[in-house]
Write a protein that binds this ligand. Sequence first.
Ligand SMILES: [Cu+2]
Length: 92
Amino acid sequence: MTKFIAILAVLIALAGNAWAASQTVTLAVPDMTCSACPLTVKAALTKVDGVTKVEASLENKEAVVTFDDAKTSIAALTKATANAGYPSSVKH
Ligand SMILES: [Cu+2]
């Protein structure tokens, strides 16, 4: 019986993971002006819980962020860049 409950717990945990979806968003970060800026933006975004990948580009003035939408939101991402001194918005 204990074993059955343990198996059930594993199945529930796996099902829980299935709900979390990995999302990728492109943020426009117009205030990046030198090669150090993308590093600051990347560091700020990487610190947000749930973010799995960040690519910040000075040339495009944008940051491409991959995150787990069960752990964080686009609002949290734009807030993180703003707190680092770089206001951002979603690129459509
Ligand atoms: Cu800079």
